[in-house]
Design a protein. Structure first.
Lengths: 305, 362, 294
């Protein structure tokens, strides 16, 4: 650094320390409250933990359904991560390594979805989730296929497609996969792969799929890891979608579980347990971000280029 | 091993034609260098031989078989790329054996070929390294190893040395040449570096703007360039070109107001008229005043040790403002800028070119 | 853009695109189309009958004071959140870029809120500021502030802005830090030799060079404040008190699911989609211009 003044260093570290403390305060306080015994005054100001942290965490853990909720969140987060990476790799490969008639059409179809989150089209998406085959049913109705089939079969045919995704992992995961961010990240990465690698692979005798699996995929591991961190958190932290699509308690995710334990006007609320639950719900994604910080930062910055 | 024949090959991208009909026959075991400036179509030609570019019209045959529609992998060729194109996630051994494994060679056969190639290229110690752990020269060797293990009918090289520093380039040049002598495989080598071209080639193809201007042995081309373009491209420093007047019988020329210079035994095919005379810098000598054909005023002197380059302006009608001339004098010659030099031209080595079309006329 | 070297296959690219396009068709294009379609109809709460009403749903919205209130709430909320999160993230990044020791600790401390779910973030903050349970609220009240986010709209807004901005500091911090580290050190040194002190360098060199990052972050932060904060509002204020935190997305949800007014909800969805598309186009045009200057 250019300035070597002591006051400047002090300012730098002072500001960082103050900032870090402010940013960490809510969770620090959550930990403190989660360590208080039952029945302590909730509006008193505590600065030091109360010694009941592990007891409360254990109680929260043993509370009905929390294990199941954590499991559901895990399935959802991993499902979104794996699903999105898989379909995005394939489609990014198609639009960068093939010339075909509807390439630009496909490109724009995917591109349009880039920034529209599920929240914007929440009501109709919910309707689709109630019956994922509704679009196909509508096409069938529109084309009067029933009548055609009936005419072909010689009697009346009733086609009723129904596949409800409510209260299912599929329903939790699939709508969240329907966006293009990952496709664009991989496309970006594929464009930086030297052309000669593909030529060398062709001369070595590799076809497109072999090139994809043996050369391109192993080269993409860094991008995949970075993206996986982002997508895991994205999946884990979903709120509105699981709120709508799950009705049965055993399909609820942990984030919703925490929100539901928030007391409203109830003065006897067990704040210590609520905070212990919140800590348990937050631990997995925070651990992912802190342990994989390097990938996380790369994933965040790359995904938005 | 095989011969490679290029028959009247054209290449267009949309409406733009980039190769305008090239025909060359490359004999079995020959080392052919395609040389030319960037954009002349040399890489495109090589990539058409490899099967990486489609041929617009004409034929390419390898070992007598027309391969126009054959996939690169089935052409029995191997290629060394300018940036090596090593798979970054594979070790040296995996890089070299990838093609063999895809061809389902037996494990023993693969190991055998790897070992032999590693010995030839002195890569045995590096087989488990990843490309990023290798120096430029080592990567270059791995890229060649990948080609060698395939035991192909023909080796294709696309400017393989241009990413190396000058010293390594000289060393690898010799190694490739030595390798060719050992393996005796047909090799086609693309470069823009005329020193590489001259030193490595059995035969040279000089390309310019999508056509093969001249095909021949390096020294033949040097001594008898077919066009002003080739003459200017081959040889460093470049040949001097001067406007001249050919005498009526075609046996002598007038240069820049000089006297009559007799063209001993290499007279022009047609007498009379204006032409371009090409004189290599090394075919001009400083002489006694009375023998002088021309006089120059030295403008800059570059002492290289082994020889001395003098740049000068021809005296023109008494004023020193005529065309520029470069002269290469053997050894160390002490000349100051501004000095007047009487020059004598080697009459046996004057090249005459048509003033308009640039074709050779003597 | 496409690779110069490509593979030739008639059917393979379609097979590769298949899974993504199928999912997009069912869960993106169909619902988006449905939203547009339904915005022209009036439905009864059970969806049994639909009457085509043309633009009536949109007209109703545009004369509804409630909708204007919601727009205003959204603008205030996203404006304040963006401003607070951007400024905090920037200041922290500037100092973290300068720090030599303990960088990893500071970075970790500033990054982790990104991983906290918005709804959980809401829970953490409401706990501190709840008028009856919150300890910080207790302090404020003891200091004589009449603090009550459950009844006072401005207090409720402050609370959700703080919670939303807090979560977004990490994101801005990461991008600003990456942007700062991408500025060639030689430029900063040249400015120092030209006589610019730290403040002048920041103002005349660093901030202009960061402007692409800043612009990008403004768009992202607005989109974040529009949509991703649903969980915070739902968990903390439920849109209240008296609609003081009833943002556009929250209103789409309440109209669609709680009031069962599909037509109005769809019309709002359509308007939201256009807002986001406009933001996206704006951003890409800006990026394009930046690229062509480079």
């Amino acid at each position: 650094m250019i300035e070597r003044a002591h006051w400047f260093d002090r300012l730098t570290y002072g500001a960082l320390i103050v900032g870090a403390i402010l940013v960490c305060m809510p969770i620090y306080y959550a930990v403190i409250v989660a360590s208080m015994p039952d029945g302590s005054e909730s509006d008193a100001v505590y600065l030091l933990p109360g010694g009941h942290l592990f007891e409360n965490l254990a109680n929260a853990w043993n509370k009905e359904g929390l294990g199941r909720q954590l499991f559901n969140s895990g399935v959802m987060a991993v499902g979104v991560t794996v699903g999105k990476i898989a379909i995005s790799l394939l489609s990014a490969f198609a639009i960068t390594y093939f010339r075909f008639r509807f390439r630009m059409t496909a490109f724009w179809l995917i591109f349009i979805t880039l920034m529209l989150p599920v929240e914007v089209r929440i009501v109709p998406t919910f309707e689709v989730a109630a019956n994922a085959l509704a679009p196909f049913q509508a096409i069938i109705d529109l084309l009067a296929i029933e009548r055609v089939a009936g005419w072909l079969a010689g009697h009346e045919v009733d086609i009723n497609l129904e596949w409800s995704l409510l209260d299912s992992y599929t329903g939790l995961i699939l709508p969240l996969i329907a966006s293009a961010t990952a496709t664009f990240l991989f496309r970006q990465f594929f464009l930086t792969v030297p052309e000669e690698l593909c030529e060398a692979a062709k001369i070595d005798g590799a076809g497109p799929m072999r090139f994809f699996f043996r050369i391109l995929l192993p080269m993409s591991t860094t991008s995949m890891a970075a993206l996986a961190v982002i997508l895991f958190i994205f999946g884990w932290n979903q709120y509105l979608w699981p709120l709508l699509i799950t009705t049965e308690p055993e399909m609820t995710t942990v984030v919703i579980g925490v929100a539901r334990t928030l007391p409203t006007e109830d003065a006897d609320a067990q704040w210590n347990l609520t905070m212990a639950t919140a800590i348990l719900a937050t631990l997995p994604p925070v651990a992912v971000v802190l342990l994989l910080q390097r990938w996380f930062v790369k994933g965040l910055v790359d995904a938005e280029k | 091993m095989a011969d490679v024949e290029i028959r009247n090959v054209y290449k267009s991208y949309g409406d733009t034609q980039v190769i305008h009909g090239v025909s060359v026959f490359i004999r079995d075991g020959e080392f052919v260098v395609i040389v030319g400036p960037s954009g002349c179509g040399k890489s495109t030609l090589l990539r058409m031989i490899a099967g990486l570019e489609a041929i617009t019209s004409g034929d390419i045959a390898i070992d007598g078989r027309v391969v126009n529609e054959v996939e690169p992998k089935d052409r029995d060729i191997a290629m060394v790329f300018q940036n090596y194109a090593l798979y970054p996630h594979m070790t040296v051994a995996q890089n070299m054996s990838f093609g063999l494994r895809l061809r389902r060679l037996s494990k023993r056969e693969v190991a055998d070929r790897l070992r032999r190639a590693a010995e030839i290229l002195q890569l045995s110690e590096l087989m488990d390294r990843k490309p990023r752990q290798l120096s430029g020269g080592q990567r270059q060797r791995v890229a060649m190893g990948r080609a060698i293990v395939r035991d192909p009918a023909a080796f294709l090289f696309d400017e393989p040395l241009s990413n190396l520093d000058a010293k390594l380039r000289v060393q690898m040049r010799l190694e490739i040449k030595k390798l060719h002598r050992e393996l005796g495989a047909t090799s086609i080598y693309v470069t823009h570096d005329q020193v590489e071209a001259m030193t490595m080639a059995d035969r040279l193809i000089v390309m310019n703007a999508g056509i093969a201007e001249q095909v021949g042995a390096p020294l033949d081309i040097y001594e008898c360039p077919a066009s002003a373009y080739v003459a200017g491209f081959i040889g460093s420093p470049a040949m001097n070109f001067l406007a001249c007047e050919v005498t009526g019988d075609g046996r002598a020329v007038h240069l820049n107001g000089s006297g009559e210079l007799a063209l001993n035994g290499n007279g022009a095919t047609a007498g009379g008229g204006v032409a371009t005379a090409g004189i290599r810098p090394e075919h001009i000598a400083v002489c006694g005043g009375e023998d002088a054909d021309l006089h120059v005023t030295a403008t800059m002197v570059e002492p290289l040790g082994a020889d001395t380059l003098v740049h000068g302006a021809l005296a023109h009608d008494g004023a020193a403002a005529g065309p520029e001339l470069t002269i290469r004098l053997p050894g160390i010659v002490r000349i100051q800028a501004g000095e007047q030099l009487p020059l004598r031209i080697d009459r046996d080595r004057i090249h005459l070119f048509d003033a308009e079309r640039g074709t050779r006329i003597n | 853009m496409i690779k110069r070297v490509t593979f030739a296959s008639k059917s393979l690219p379609y097979l590769l695109l298949g899974p993504q396009l199928l999912i997009l068709a069912v869960f993106f294009f169909w619902p988006a189309g449905k939203a547009i379609y339904e915005s022209f109809f009036l439905s009864d709460p059970f969806g049994a009958t639909q009457i085509f009403v043309g633009l009536e749903n949109f007209q109703m919205l545009l004369v509804s004071p409630e909708y204007y209130d919601s727009i205003l709430v959204t603008l205030v909320f996203s404006g304040l959140t963006t401003l607070a999160a951007l400024l905090s993230g920037f200041v922290m990044a500037v100092f973290a870029d300068r720090a030599i020791r303990g960088v990893l600790v500071f970075k970790s401390a500033l990054i982790w809120p990104y991983a906290v779910a918005p709804a959980v973030a809401g829970a953490l903050w409401i706990f501190l500021f709840h008028p009856t349970f919150g300890s910080v609220a207790g302090l404020l009240i003891a200091l004589g502030v009449d603090w009550d986010p459950l009844l006072n709209g401005a207090h409720a807004m402050t609370l959700v802005v703080v919670a939303a901005a807090w979560k977004q500091i990490s994101y801005n911090f990461v991008f600003f830090l990456a942007g700062l580290q991408a500025i060639p050190k030689s430029l900063i040194e040249a400015a120092a030799i030209d006589g610019a002190g730290p403040g002048k360098r920041l103002w005349y060199v660093v901030i202009p060079l960061l402007s692409p990052t800043t612009f990008f972050l403004i768009v992202i932060n607005i989109v974040y404040a529009f949509f991703d904060t649903f969980g915070i509002i739902h968990a903390v204020t439920g849109g209240g008190p008296a609609g003081a935190t009833n943002t556009l997305v929250f209103k789409v949800y309440t109209d669609g699911f709680e009031n069962q007014d599909l037509g109005a909800s769809s019309a709002q969805s359509v308007i939201l989609m256009f807002i986001v598309i406009a933001l996206t186009v704006l951003q890409f045009r800006y990026i394009e211009r930046r690229v062509s200057y480079a």
